[in-house]
Design a protein around this ligand. Structure first.
Ligand SMILES: CC(C)(COP(=O)(O)OP(=O)(O)OC[C@H]1O[C@@H](n2cnc3c(N)ncnc32)[C@H](O)[C@@H]1OP(=O)(O)O)[C@@H](O)C(=O)NCCC(=O)NCCS
Length: 179
């Protein structure tokens, strides 16, 4: 039985907790690390996104963020209308917790439990599409997202791949009120 995974809301008062987060030196990993230490997390909090810290038996294991945004969809269609989508702007599982616990089905790994928590929060926004961006060389993350059912939606500018998941209607929250 895996150790207990818990989550708590990240606030700027907790910034000291994330000071030691380190995912390595690769460009895409450094971006993940700096996301939570930099301006972007403040922007996310100001936009009322959910920024969560995850712990395993009290020890920090990673973080994730879920929010919503308005963007053109499908992304590669230059004439597409803008729609509201949910977005996971950041997800990081610390190296010591990646692929862990060992010897269990992947659905019991911490990373899987964390992304499922983020997906469940995203569904509550009630938007049909969930989007995230991934560095094209981050093969591990791409494999991880593909196994969850995310599909490649092509490049975002020249730096990232866009990946998306479409929620079946039955898992979505109530539709947002129209004004
Ligand atoms: C991406 C991340 C959340 C995945 O969590 P994880 O616990 O490492 O993922 P898992 O081990 O369950 O799954 C990764 C899969 O990719 C596979 N994999 C590893 N390296 C790979 C590679 N170079 N190419 C293809 N697949 C690879 C693993 O073998 C594993 O598959 P398996 O279960 O069949 O062995 C985590 O690695 C992480 O936080 N990385 C650093 C930050 C980051 O990149 N975040 C995402 C930014 S969009």
């Amino acid at each position: 039985m895996p150790d207990q995974l818990t989550s708590e809301r990240y606030t700027e008062e907790k910034s000291a907790l994330v000071a030691d987060f380190f995912f390595g030196n690769e460009e895409y990993e450094t971006e993940i690390e700096t996301w939570i230490k930099g301006e972007e997390v403040r922007d996310a909090l100001e936009r009322q996104a959910h920024v969560l810290l995850y712990r395993v038996d009290g020890e920090l294991a990673g973080y994730g963020c879920v929010g919503e945004m308005r963007r053109s969809w499908p992304p590669q269609d230059r004439r597409a209308d803008k729609i509201d989508v949910s977005v996971i702007p950041a997800l990081g599982v610390l190296p010591a917790f990646q692929g862990k616990p060992l010897g269990v089905d992947y659905t019991e790994r911490y990373s899987y439990q964390i992304i499922q928590d983020l997906i469940a929060i995203a569904a509550e926004y009630g938007h049909k599409i969930l989007v995230l961006y991934v560095h094209p060389e981050n093969a591990k993350a791409i494999a991880f997202y593909e196994r969850l059912g995310f599909v490649d939606e092509g490049p975002k500018k020249d730096k990232y791949r866009i990946m998306s998941m479409t929620f079946p209607d039955e898992v979505l929250g109530p539709p947002a009120p129209t004004s």
